[in-house]
Write a protein that binds this ligand. Structure first.
Ligand code: PLP
Length: 381
């Protein structure tokens, strides 16, 4: 089957390699990257991305679920794999079977892990989550009487302590002050754990924006996701980050023009007849839809590139198709490429630009790319 037959994703692993180098600079000496390859590596494909990262010397990875960790192990990925969120206690034995590291999301989770570890006569490797202000996972950094006893739990082995920043992408004074306070609280709790005589664990706090806006914060690891894929969450972030990283997009999303037709002035097209041609228009029907990851919110407001020209999406995005107004583009024929994310000639649409048009961030756009588009890996430019 032609991999580029209908709708497909192209991955440029040279750009991934380049982004790793850029983020290593932001991390500074002594801080290693522990990339977030959750959600199928933000839609890119967890296995090819993790293999490429391993080839770049990366030895630690973050995923969101047990299944994502198992997928990497079965593909032969070695090193540390941290599950950032919830695992059902019924599945805890799999952590040991696959040598996966679990986040302790609270003291009750540690009790459940303890029961499983003791029953199997082993210590389950964990990283302890600490809440420094996001109020999602982890015990509060001030609750040392709940944090320190975790080191006395027999069924776990604490290899790491981490927290998560929640407004590190923000540039207002208030957001920066909040983040500085999160960093201070995390440093303080780590110091207090050390002074209580506990050691032998790694620390990590920053995701992509933590690295880009608070470079060189000085922890053992950082957990970049979106930046590693060469995307900003929103277009304006590129000029706002403190560290001037040169990030290059890893992913392109492309599809085929299926058919080209004329719409007479006053005729409407698509589900709900939401688009009415103001004059005679030339319309291209394209072979990708929301089941491929093109958000339905782009109906009548997104853009795509055809033959190096930027053209508007008209009408509703369907499950498997959408329509473009290509009146201004000469010589458009069935089989031509339509680029939703990526380059065509000298024009480019970034994931962030598409996300902004759809009222979301690139993280969501990329992680929701469907399983239907074929992933095609390019290591040569
Ligand atoms: C998803 C996630 C990351 C990566 O976030 P980016 O903003 O994409 O870099 C890091 N840490 C945690 C806890 C996460 O859930």
């Amino acid at each position: 089957m032609n991999q580029k037959g209908r709708a497909w994703i192209e991955l440029d692993l040279h750009n991934l390699h380049h982004n790793v180098e850029e983020l290593r600079k932001a991390a500074g000496a002594g801080c290693e990257l522990m990339p977030a390859v959750k959600a199928n590596a933000y839609g890119h494909g967890a296995v090819p991305v993790s293999r490429a990262l391993a080839g770049d010397g990366i030895t630690s990875f973050c995923v969101a679920s047990l299944g994502e960790g198992i997928e990497l192990r079965e593909a032969g990925i070695r090193g540390m794999i941290l599950i950032l969120g919830y695992t059902s206690p019924a599945d805890f034995p799999e952590l040991l079977n696959y040598n996966l590291t679990q986040t302790v999301v609270d003291a009750a989770c540690a009790d459940d892990l303890d029961r499983c570890g003791r029953k199997l006569g082993q210590r389950i490797p964990v990283h302890v989550g600490i809440d420094t202000g996001m109020h999602r996972l982890g015990e509060r950094s001030s609750d040392l009487e709940r944090i320190l006893p975790l080191w006395e739990v027999d069924g776990i082995r604490i290899d790491g302590v981490f927290s998560h920043l929640c407004v590190s992408d923000g540039i207002t004074e208030r957001e920066r002050a909040f983040t500085m306070e999160q960093i201070r609280k995390f440093r303080e709790v780590v110091e207090k754990i050390h002074s209580a005589g506990k050691s032998g664990f790694k620390t990590h706090l920053q995701g992509s924006y933590g690295l880009l806006n608070y470079p060189g914060a000085g922890f053992d690891f950082a957990r970049p996701g979106i930046a590693l894929y060469g995307a900003y969450s929103l277009p304006e972030d590129e000029k706002n980050t403190v560290f001037p990283a040169d990030l290059r997009p890893v992913l392109s999303l492309k599809a085929r023009v299926e058919t080209v037709k004329m719409l007479r002035a006053g005729e409407s097209a698509g589900y709900g007849l939401t688009y009415t041609a103001p004059s005679d228009r030339k319309i291209a029907v394209v072979s990708a839809g929301y089941a491929d990851g093109v958000p339905r919110n782009l109906s009548n407001c997104g853009h795509a590139l055809v033959k190096g020209q930027k053209v508007p999406i008209v009408g509703r995005i369907c499950m498997d198709q959408f329509t473009l107004d290509v009146t201004e583009v000469r010589n458009v024929f069935p089989g031509d490429e339509a680029v939703l994310i990526g380059r065509s000639g000298s024009r480019e649409i970034s994931a962030a630009e598409m996300a902004q048009a759809a009222g979301t961030i690139s993280n969501e756009i990329l992680s929701r790319l469907g399983s239907r588009p074929e992933r095609i890996v390019f290591t040569q430019i």
